[in-house]
Design a protein around this ligand. Sequence first.
Ligand SMILES: C[S@@+](CC[C@H](N)C(=O)[O-])C[C@H]1O[C@@H](n2cnc3c(N)ncnc32)[C@H](O)[C@@H]1O
Length: 234
Amino acid sequence: MKAKTAIYYDRIYAAVGKDYAAEAAQLKAIIAHRKRSAGNSLLDVACGTATHAVHLSDEFEITGFDIEKAMVELARECCPSGTFLVDDMRDFDLKRTFDVVICLFSSIGFMKTRADLDAAVGNMARHVKPGGVLLIEPWITSDNFTGGHSQVVAVDEPELKLARVTRSDREGDLSVLDMQYLIATPEGLEHIAERYEMGLFTEEEYLSAYKRAGLEVELDPKGLMDRGLLIGTR
Ligand SMILES: C[S@@+](CC[C@H](N)C(=O)[O-])C[C@H]1O[C@@H](n2cnc3c(N)ncnc32)[C@H](O)[C@@H]1O
C-alpha cells in the first residue's frame, strides 16, 4: 500500500469482507499444532496496518515491520501493545529470533525476482527460533495467474465514498495491478492512480526458497483465503 491510500486500507478490505479475526483464529490453531519452541514471540513481516497482529496480541508478544511508513504509523495505533518498525523484508536484520514469523496476504509477492524471493524467505527463516514456525501466504502462482481481470470495490460511509477499480495483467513473470481510486470526503474529490508489480513464482520456487533456508516445509493448498499457506518449521 502506498502512503496516500494507506488510510483507506482497512475500510477497503472491510468492504470486501476480509475477516482478519477468523484468519487470526486459524493461524493460532496452526501455530499451536506446529510450534515446538517454548516462547510466544511473533514477528509480522509486511504487517500493513497490524490487523492480524491485533487479533494475535492476546496470545503473542508482537513485533512487526512494513516498508511503508504510513502503514507502520497505522499499525502502532491499531495494536498499541506491539512494536512496529519500518524495514524491508529483502534485507532486514532485527538481531533476535522469534517463535513465530508470519508474512500474510501475499505480501511476499512484492518480491519481483527469484533472488529477492530467496533473500526475503532466507531472512525470515534466520529470524525463526529452533522449534519455531514460519508461515507465508503466497501470491497467486505463475501457473494460475492469467491476467486480464478487473475488479471494483466500493466503500460507502457517511463521510467517505470511495471506488477502487483494479485491472490486472501479466508481463512475463510479473503480475501488474493498475489501481485507480476515486475518493470523495467532506474536503473534496480526489483521483489517485497506483501501479503494483508483483512477482509470479511457481509452487516449487516457493517451496525451494524454504528448503534453501534450511526449513522443513509443506503447502496447505487452501490456507486462510484460498491462496495457500506455506508452513515451515525449524
Ligand atoms: C497486501 S498488504 C498486506 C498487509 C498485511 N500483512 C495484511 O495482511 O493486511 C502488503 C504489504 O506489504 C508491504 N510491503 C511491500 N514490499 C515490502 C517489503 N519489501 N518489505 C516489507 N513490506 C513490504 C506493503 O507496504 C503492504 O503493507
